[in-house]
Design a protein around this ligand. Structure first.
Ligand SMILES: Cc1cc2nc3c(=O)[nH]c(=O)nc-3n(C[C@H](O)[C@H](O)[C@H](O)COP(=O)(O)O)c2cc1C
Length: 215
């Protein structure tokens, strides 16, 4: 089976898909300002994340450049091993749940209902308090998509791609005046359980997103 379609058939009910506002592809602060202001943030205001900001962050992470087949992050041979999910708890207009980002039409598809932020962060090593963030992005990889073309070399390629996407996210978050931290310390099996990931998919990064606390 084509691994890119192994778990998410293209005919998933469209009713579970939520369009995101069109991403901004011009303007914003200079890149050097985003680079300078990026910092790991581990405490968030108890405030919602707007649907616009969520959409902008997901697009920046690994979205498609409008009118092209290119993405914001490079991919080895265009094999695109990454999956980008958003675990939402407080985004007005979007019910709490686990969502998968669909770069093809800049939408999110609901995979499960209910606020799973606490369960997700309980899978981390001592970082449960970060469940206060209104949204948590999860990056994972299906390395088979890349090893199918490059053999064993596809495994490090998939990891490298997660780094590209995570840095895109960090810089977009900084440019929006939001905060995040890249979390790698979690228990794979616990996380797989919360997100119902199959054995072919490797969770790699958690990135809680929210407004910085004042002061
Ligand atoms: C691969 C990787 C894993 C990380 N895992 C965690 C983590 O589990 N928890 C955490 O609070 N920060 C984590 N961080 C963030 C680092 O602690 C942080 O980037 C570092 O302290 C430098 O600070 P700065 O990001 O503010 O420049 C991780 C960073 C990387 C690159």
């Amino acid at each position: 089976m084509d691994p890119s379609h192994a778990r998410h058939p293209a005919d998933a009910p469209r009713s579970l898909r939520f369009p995101l506002p069109a991403p901004r592809t011009t303007g914003g602060p200079a890149l050097v300002e985003a680079l300078t202001s990026r910092v790991s943030l581990r405490r968030f205001l108890a405030a919602p994340l707007s649907r616009e900001d969520l959409g902008q962050v997901l697009w920046a992470t690994d979205g498609r450049i409008p009118g092209t087949r290119r993405r914001t992050a490079p991919s080895a041979g265009g094999t695109y091993p990454l999956e980008v999910r958003a675990v939402l708890g407080d985004v007005p207009g979007l019910p709490p749940g686990v969502y998968r980002y669909l770069p093809e039409d800049h939408s999110i598809e609901q995979e499960s209902e209910g606020d799973r932020r606490s369960d997700l962060m309980a899978a981390t090593v001592g970082q449960a308090d970060l469940a206060q963030a209104p949204a948590i992005v999860v990056l994972s990889a299906i390395p088979d998509r890349t090893t199918a073309r490059y053999g064993a070399r596809g495994v490090p390629y998939a990891l490298l791609e997660a780094g590209h996407a995570a840095q895109n996210l960090c810089l977009q978050v900084a440019a929006l005046g939001l905060g995040t931290v890249a979390i790698g310390a979690f228990r794979d099996e616990a996380l797989r359980g919360v997100l119902a990931l199959g054995p072919e998919e490797q969770p790699l990064y958690l990135l809680p997103i929210g407004l910085p606390t004042l002061g």
